[in-house]
Design a protein around this ligand. Sequence first.
Ligand code: TRP
Length: 335
Amino acid sequence: MKKRTVLTGITTTGTPHLGNYVGAIKPCIEASHDEDVQSYYFLADYHALVKNQDPERMQRSSLEIAATWLALGLDTEHAVFYRQSDIPEIPELTWILTCSTAKGLMNRPHAYKAAVQENVDAGEDPDFAITMGLFSYPVLMAADILMFNSTHVPVGRDQVQHLEMARDIAQRFNHHYGELFALPEAVVDEHVAVLPGKDGRKMSKSYNNTIPLWLPEKQLRKAIMRIVTNSLEPGEPKDPDDSALYAIYAAFANTGQRAAMRQAYQDGISWGDAKQQTFELINQELVQGRERYEALMAEPARIEQTLREGAVKARAWATPFLARIRQAVGIRKLA
Ligand code: TRP
């Protein structure tokens, strides 16, 4: 019997960047080898549809993200790796949960409230450009989580509120229909670095400051050379704790490398040399994965096949579990 069920979704918007790698992909892939854990990782393409209404970009992003996880060594024997939209039980559960979720609960999420506030501030109608998808997003996310009785859900800090909602939704359902769902817990890893971007703010698509994970070597070097530093000259001591470049280095370095680099900063390493060393360290970590990534991208049928196999495994649990849920709510055969 596995001790924990770990599940997390990756929204398929955009191209994976170094921040995704350090903050989510790498720790999840490491966890996928843990014998005490049953892990579920999936491409949250229904979630992506809320933000991304460009069909080509939708498909491209799913392909890139799946190829990334596979290239980096996700253990698909041991972890269940699937695409949300291959599991019809999820939208079905979403509806069932929607029917017992209070609308008042749905008015609370920060992301939704911020969108409304932005409209109000701009003098627009409060509902301007807000779809039902954005509004209902947390119920779909609750269905993702509750479908597999997940106990531990690794997420970024911005998703903690959605986890609380998933618990509320589960509790309300359990109270009315019987104890079907496990209550999930958010796992926010304090040790996992929040990677700064090229401008020093958190690396994020929304700040347009990302370094894509799979840049060809030359372009990766160029991108690292463009990380913002200050005007201290070679020979002048530099403060590693006030440097986005150092933080990026540190996220890829081991303890010894970190200590040596801190010393080099104090000894006045030039920004050019610090950047070169940062590039070399990151490139060395990614070089093998990059080759596998390119090979996978050239063979999308292989990725498709892997995802379908994942869906079969996911549904081996989801289909009978949903049958129990349908039974519990009274969607039953008449005779
Ligand atoms: N909303 C999450 C994000 O933007 C992605 C996601 C969708 C997810 N479904 C999930 C994460 C279920 C954890 C569990 O990061």
